[in-house]
Design a protein around this ligand. Structure first.
Ligand code: C2E
Ligand code: CA
Ligand code: CA
Length: 738
C-alpha cells in the first residue's frame, strides 16, 4: 500500500457535528481525484454545506490515480469518484477506471470523469464498457451543475446498493430454507430477514429479530433474540429483557404480544405471523427519518417471510422426527450417534455408552400381547429418563434396546441392573424384567458409529451368555468379533461350495445293548485343513440366520442316508437331527419337515428332532402347539443338553416331548464327583416321573454305561460305543456290531 498517499490525503472534518456518533456512516462519501490542488479546493467550496437525498457529504482526496486505487482498496462505501483524466500520465484517469471495475471489482461506485479540455474526452465505447456515469469539463464546476450531477450519481449508487443488499438478503433466506438439516435454519433465516428489510428501506443492515424461545416449556413466551446484525450483534441469544435499549425492548415486546407492526420515524418494528399464537418480530433502525415506506410493500414482505418461517418450522419438525422416537418420546439411534460424535469430539474421557436390552421381549410380547409390550417399553423409557440427570443421554436404539451415554462411574453394570430390580407395574400387575447390557467406553473411538458398534458387540456377547448378563467391550472382544465375521464369511462360502459334511453317531439301548438310531452331526473341514468344531460355527450360523439354509440341506441329506441304512437291513434305526430355535421359529418349518419326509419316503416314526430347553423361552404356547402337531404325526422330540439351560420344571411338564438328553458335561462328571452322580440320577428319575425316556450323551467307558443303566437311564451315546462316523464307515460299523 502506498504510504506516501497518506500524507497527501486530507479528510474533510465534518463541521456539522451531530449527536449521533455513527454519523459518518450516514454520509455519502465522495472521492475527489485530481493532481491539481486548486480543483480540490474549488470542489470543496462548491459542495460546502450541501445535502443530497437527506445526507451530508464526506469528501476524500487523492492526488494521483495510484493514490485513488489505494484509497478505494482501504475505504468502503465510497459512492462517487470525481476523477481527473490526465494526471501522472495522459491516461492515468482511464487506467484508474479500469482498475476500479476490473481489479477492485467495484461495480456500484459511480464514476464522473473530469477533464481540462474537451479533446481529452474518452471514446463513447470506453464510457459504456467501464460504466462511466458522467463526463464533465472542469469549467462546469459550478455549484448548481455539480449538485445535479452528484445527485443523480448518488441516487443510482444508492439504488444499486439496495439491490445488492436485498439480493444478499434473499440469498440468505433461500439458503436458510434449503438448509433442511442445519439446526441453525431459523437463525440464518432471521439474519436474512434483517438484511432484506434493511435493503428494502435503504439503511445499513443493523437490527435484530426476536422470537419465542420454545426451549423452556414452563415459560413458552420467553422471547429471545434469534438474529442480530450490525451493532446489535452482541445481543444474539439474549432474552428480550436483557436488551439494553429500553425502546427496542419495548417495541419488540409490543409487536410480539399484540401481533402488530409499527413504522416509527427512525425505526421500524415488524411482526411476522407464523400461526395464530406464534410469530417473530424484527427491529430495524435508520439514522435518518424513514420516508416513503410503502406500507403495501411491507405487508407483502411480512406475509412472504411468515410463509418461509412456516416452512422452516416444518423442516425443523421433520428433522426432529428424524431424531426422535415418538412412541417412547426419546431420542433415536440417529440422535444418539450425533450425541456420541459430540461427546467424542469433546474428549469423551471416562465416558461410556451402555446398551440396555430387555430379555425375552419378543416372547413376552407374543405371550402377553402388544399392548403389554408397548406399555413395558414406555415404562422402561420413563424409568431411564427420570433416574438420570442431564449428564446421561438416554435414547432408544431399536425395538427393545435403549442406550445410555454418560460418565462411566454412573453407568456401571451393577447400578444399571439395580434400576431394573423393582418390577414394572403394568395394568395393575407387577412384571419383573431383566436386561442384558453391552457397555463400551468412548475413549479411543473415532466417532459415534464406532463406539456404538463396540457396544453392540459387547451386548451380543452378553446376550449369548444368557439373561441378565452384562459385558464391557475390550479390544479382545473386538478381535473375537472380527474373527467371527471372517469365520462367517468362510462358512457361507463353504456351505455354498458343499464343503460341509455330516457324520453319524450311534445311540444304544442300555438295557438290551441294541443300536436304536443315530444322531446326525455337522462337520466343516476348513480349506486350511483343520476341522472347525460345530460349537464354534453353529452359534455363528444361528446368529446370521445361515442355519436355516443349512438345516434345509441337512435334513433331507440325513434322511436319505437313513434310507440307505434301512435298506442295508437296519429297518428300525431312527435318525436324530439337531434343530436350532431359529429354525423352529420359521413359520414354514412344519411344512418343510413334512415335505422332506414325503420326498425321502421316510416314515415320521423314524425321525427325531433334538431341540434345546431354551426354545420354550421364545413363547411357550406357540412352541407347545408346534411340538404337538409334529408329535401327532409320530415325529419324536428330544430335549438336548438337558440341565444346562434355563430349566423350569413347570414348563418341562407342559412340553410335549419323548426324550431327555442328559448333557455330556454331567455324564463326564459322573465318575468324578458325587454331585455329578446325584444330578444324573435326579434327571433319570425326573424322566421316569415325566414318562419320557432319558438318553445320556458323552459316555466314554463301560463303567459309566453300567452306572447309567443302574440309575434307570434308557439309552446312551458316546465315544465308548463309537465316534461320530461318515456314512460308509457307519455302515461298516453297523454290520460289525449288529
Ligand atoms: P450335541 O447335540 O450335544 O452333540 C453331541 C456332541 O457330543 C457332539 O459334538 C459329539 O461329537 C460329542 N460327543 C459324542 N460322544 C462323546 C463322548 O463320549 N465324549 C465327548 N467328550 N463328546 C462326545 P459335536 O459334533 O462337536 O457337536 C457339538 C454341538 O454342535 C452339538 O452338540 C450340537 O449342539 C451342535 N450341532 C452339531 N451338528 C448340528 C446340526 O446339524 N444342527 C444344529 N443345530 N446343531 C448341531
Ligand atoms: Ca444333539
Ligand atoms: Ca447335547
Amino acid at each position: 500500500m502506498a504510504q506516501d498517499a497518506d500524507d497527501d490525503l486530507l479528510f474533510i472534518e465534518e463541521d456539522h457535528s451531530t449527536d449521533d456518533e455513527s454519523a459518518p456512516d450516514y454520509c455519502w462519501r465522495i472521492l475527489i481525484v485530481d493532481d491539481d490542488r486548486d480543483v480540490h479546493e474549488a470542489t470543496e467550496f462548491a459542495l460546502s454545506g450541501v445535502e443530497i437525498l437527506g445526507r451530508r457529504l464526506q469528501l476524500i482526496h487523492a492526488y494521483s490515480g495510484r493514490e485513488a486505487i489505494a484509497v478505494l482498496e482501504r475505504e468502503n462505501d465510497i459512492a462517487v469518484v470525481l476523477l481527473d483524466v490526465v494526471m501522472e500520465s495522459d491516461d492515468a484517469g482511464l487506467k484508474t477506471v479500469e482498475a476500479i471495475r476490473q481489479e477492485l471489482m467495484l461495480f456500484n461506485i459511480r464514476i464522473i470523469l473530469r477533464t481540462g479540455q474537451p479533446g481529452q474526452a474518452p471514446e463513447a465505447d470506453t464510457i459504456a464498457r467501464y460504466d462511466i456515469n458522467d463526463y464533465k469539463t472542469k469549467s462546469e464546476l459550478t455549484h448548481a451543475r455539480l449538485y445535479a450531477t452528484l445527485t443523480s450519481a448518488i441516487r443510482s449508487y444508492n439504488q444499486l446498493q439496495r439491490l445488492d443488499e436485498s439480493r444478499k438478503g434473499l440469498e440468505k433466506i433461500v439458503a436458510a430454507s434449503n438448509q433442511f438439516i442445519a439446526e441453525k435454519g431459523l437463525h440464518a433465516f432471521a439474519e436474512g430477514v434483517i438484511t432484506q428489510l434493511a435493503g428494502l428501506i435503504g439503511v445499513a443492515p443493523e437490527g435484530l429479530v426476536c422470537a419465542a424461545s420454545g426451549e423452556d416449556a414452563d415459560h413458552p413466551d420467553q422471547f429471545r433474540v434469534i438474529a442480530a446484525a450490525g451493532r446489535y450483534s452482541h445481543l444474539i441469544q439474549h432474552r428480550l429483557e436483557e436488551i439494553d435499549n429500553l425502546h427496542i425492548a419495548r417495541s419488540l415486546n409490543q409487536a410480539l404480544r399484540n401481533h402488530y407492526s409499527t413504522v416509527g420515524r427512525r425505526d421500524i418494528t415488524l411482526y411476522f405471523r407464523k400461526n395464530n399464537e406464534e410469530g417473530f418480530a424484527a427491529y430495524i433502525e435508520s439514522a435518518e427519518p424513514i420516508r416513503e415506506i410503502d406500507q403495501h410493500l411491507l405487508e407483502v414482505f411480512c406475509t412472504n417471510i411468515a410463509l418461509c418461517a412456516k416452512n422452516i418450522d416444518l423442516v425443523t419438525e421433520l428433522r426432529r422426527d428424524a431424531l426422535m422416537d415418538r412412541q417412547v418420546a426419546l431420542p433415536n439411534r440417529n440422535a444418539l450417534v450425533i450425541e456420541l460424535d459430540r461427546r467424542i469430539q469433546a474428549g469423551g474421557t471416562g465416558e461410556v455408552v451402555a446398551l440396555v436390552d430387555i430379555d425375552q421381549f419378543a416372547a413376552t410380547n407374543d405371550m402377553l400381547g402388544h399392548h403389554y409390550g408397548d406399555a413395558l417399553l414406555s415404562a422402561t423409557a420413563q424409568r431411564l429418563r427420570v433416574l438420570y440427570d442431564s449428564s446421561v443421554y438416554v435414547a432408544r436404539v431399536a425395538g427393545d434396546a435403549f442406550a445410555l451415554a454418560g460418565p462411566g462411574r454412573l453407568l456401571d453394570s451393577a447400578s444399571i441392573h439395580r434400576l431394573f430390580a423393582p418390577p414394572f407395574l403394568i395394568d395393575d400387575i407387577d412384571h419383573a424384567v431383566s436386561v442384558c447390557l453391552g457397555i463400551a467406553p468412548l475413549d479411543g473411538c473415532a466417532d459415534g458409529q464406532d463406539v456404538l458398534k463396540n457396544a453392540y458387540v459387547a451386548l451380543r456377547r452378553a446376550k449369548a451368555l444368557g439373561i441378565g448378563q452384562s459385558l464391557t467391550f475390550s479390544p479382545d472382544i473386538g478381535q473375537a468379533a472380527r474373527e467371527r465375521t471372517t469365520l462367517l464369511r468362510d462358512l457361507r462360502q463353504a456351505f455354498e461350495r458343499r464343503e460341509l459334511s455330516i457324520v453319524y453317531q450311534p445311540q444304544i439301548d442300555l438295557s438290551t445293548g441294541k443300536i436304536i438310531g443315530a444322531e446326525a452331526l455337522l462337520r466343516w473341514k476348513h480349506p486350511s485343513g483343520e476341522f472347525i468344531p460345530p460349537d464354534r460355527f453353529i452359534p455363528i450360523a444361528e446368529q446370521s440366520g445361515l442355519i436355516v439354509a443349512m438345516g434345509r440341506w441337512l435334513l433331507p441329506e440325513a434322511l436319505r442316508t437313513l434310507k440307505r441304512f434301512q435298506q442295508a437291513g437296519f429297518e428300525h434305526l431312527r435318525m436324530a437331527v439337531n434343530v436350532s430355535s431359529i429354525q423352529l421359529r420359521q413359520p414354514s418349518f412344519l411344512d418343510f419337515v413334512n415335505e422332506t419326509l414325503a420326498e425321502t419316503g421316510t416314515s415320521p416314526n423314524f425321525l427325531e428332532l433334538e431341540i434345546t430347553e431354551s426354545i420354550a423361552l421364545e413363547g411357550l404356547e406357540a412352541m407347545i402347539a408346534l411340538l404337538t402337531s409334529l408329535r401327532s404325526q409320530g415325529i419324536r422330540i428330544a430335549i438336548d443338553d438337558f440341565g444346562t439351560g434355563y430349566s423350569s420344571l413347570n414348563y418341562l411338564e407342559r412340553l410335549p416331548i419323548d426324550h431327555l438328553k442328559i448333557d455330556r458335561s454331567f455324564v463326564l462328571s459322573l465318575a468324578a464327583s458325587e454331585r455329578g452322580a446325584r444330578i444324573v440320577r435326579t434327571i433319570a428319575m425326573l424322566g421316569a416321573e415325566l414318562n419320557v425316556k432319558t438318553v445320556a450323551e458323552g459316555v466314554e467307558n463301560q463303567g459309566i454305561g453300567d452306572q447309567l443303566r443302574d440309575f434307570g437311564c434308557d439309552a446312551a451315546q458316546g465315544y465308548h460305543y463309537a465316534y461320530p462316523m461318515e456314512e460308509a464307515e457307519f455302515l461298516r460299523w453297523l454290520k460289525e456290531h449288529a
